[in-house]
Design a protein around this ligand. Structure first.
Ligand SMILES: NC(=O)c1ccc[n+]([C@@H]2O[C@H](COP(=O)([O-])OP(=O)(O)OC[C@H]3O[C@@H](n4cnc5c(N)ncnc54)[C@H](O)[C@@H]3O)[C@@H](O)[C@H]2O)c1
Length: 392
């Protein structure tokens, strides 16, 4: 059977840096939600000599128990919900990974922060801007570390995008085009948690759209979004004849589909910058295009990429004018063996241990969430909306 291009199972080859790590105090970690992404979290925590996985929770009876058993972790205390686990003060948890489906990100993160526990929250931050605001308030009340799980940021080629922009070589940035997606890639192999409204909340928009936005917004310094015009559709996911090796013969996926499989948006950012965005789980096209950044002195092309694991589709190209000539400079791709997932978790644990800043701060990702939920809201209303984010 062909592998779906959203089959993100990775070979996590975690190098233990035990020699450099202070193991005198172990960081006590709990896992909330023991589905697919909890696997990579546990693989990585398990290999950290200064971390102890002490507890886990899942709403599905017995799921957490068999999950940890599968990783050879026999002494992890298991619970039937995030509340049950977080209410057990005897666990003395320092940190949790929130690995639940999108719709419960906010309640789990807020409950943990209010218990004084540091949180690594999987992407997207949540479903709505209102939830993101409440998460930020809880973070502020608690004074704890909240980091959001955007691993591509730790890839050297992704970091090059930011370095190019920050070098000033592009001049004043006024337009960015970003997005991406798949021709046939609705993530149904893993069940319905991504496609049902009650669990996913938003579809391609939140699942992969958040990465494409982060790639460029992080590069340009996360200006505040002001207005959004959005569009969403779901022509493929709701079609029982959707042509995917998974969905064919599984009409229950079409019946369960309650989110977007395509979304587009036009976003006005502070500083007179326009974002032109589109994302897809399924469409009749190979790619919706490369990512572009247009500046007054140069333009940057980032070849079409899936984003989620930090890869870029080829060398970056800068288009500019030198001595009256139009030139194109290609930036060689960096060879890298960086495991972005490992760095995302290691940097979170270090922030918890040493009181550092969140590696991927919610003060930035709230703008990402504002755009995602703005696109959804604008699409539902059929008109442009203004984005209002209170001071937190
Ligand atoms: N960073 C990445 O590369 C990456 C990759 C895949 C998924 N994700 C994100 O991770 C999240 C989970 O994805 P998944 O594929 O693991 O989903 P999943 O459906 O396989 O697992 C989610 C689990 O959370 C449990 N759960 C939900 N609410 C809970 C609660 N209140 N208390 C305890 N358990 C609860 C569910 O029962 C389920 O077992 C999603 O938000 C997704 O976007 C990130």
């Amino acid at each position: 059977m062909a592998k779906s291009n959203n089959d993100a199972r990775l070979d996590f080859n975690v190098a233990s840096a035990a020699a450099e790590i202070d193991t005198s105090k172990k960081v006590r970690v709990g896992i909330i939600g023991t589905g697919w992404i909890a696997g990579p979290h546990v693989e990585i925590y398990k290999n950290m000599p200064d971390v102890e996985i002490v507890a886990g929770a899942d709403l599905v009876p017995g799921k957490a128990e068999s999950f940890f058993k599968g990783y050879g972790l026999e002494n992890v205390k298991c619970y039937g919900s995030h509340k049950e686990m977080l209410d057990d003060d005897s666990l003395k948890l320092d940190a949790v990974s929130v690995c639940t489906y999108n719709a419960t990100h906010a309640e789990c993160a807020i409950y943990a922060l209010d218990k004084g526990i540091n949180v690594l929250l999987e992407k997207p931050m949540c479903v709505t801007l209102e939830e993101a605001i409440e998460i930020r308030k809880a973070e502020k009340r608690s004074g704890k570390v909240l980091s959001i799980g955007f691993q591509p940021r730790f890839d050297p080629n992704m970091q090059m995008v930011k370095s190019v922009v920050q070098s000033g070589v592009l001049g004043k940035i006024y337009y960015i085009q970003t997005g991406g997606g798949r021709r046939r890639g609705i993530p149904t192999p893993f069940g319905t948690s991504f496609i049902a409204k009650e669990t996913g909340g938003i579809g391609a928009l939140g699942d992969i759209g958040c990465y494409s936005l982060d790639m460029l917004l992080n590069a340009i310094g996360y200006p505040k979004p002001l207005t959004v015009t959005g569009y969403t559709s779901a022509y493929f996911g709701t079609d029982p004849n959707y042509c995917s090796y998974v969905q064919q013969g599984h009409p229950e996926y079409a019946a369960a589909f309650g989110v977007d499989d395509f979304a587009a948006g036009f976003v006005r950012l502070e500083g007179d910058i326009i974002v032109d965005f589109r994302i897809s789980w399924a469409m009749n096209m190979d790619t919706p295009g490369d990512a572009l950044i247009l500046g007054t002195k140069g333009g940057l092309r980032i070849p079409s990429t899936d984003c989620w694991n930090g890869t870029i589709g080829g060398p970056l190209k800068i288009y500019s004018e030198v001595g009256g000539e139009q030139v194109c400079t290609e930036i060689p791709m960096k060879e890298s063996n960086v495991n972005c997932f490992e760095v995302k978790i290691r940097s979170f644990v270090d922030a918890v241990k040493y009181g550092g800043a969140a590696p991927v701060p919610s003060s930035e990702i709230i703008y990402n969430q504002a755009i995602l939920s703005g696109i959804k809201k604008s699409a539902d209303l059929g008109k442009e909306i203004e984005i209002e984010i209170p001071e937190i």
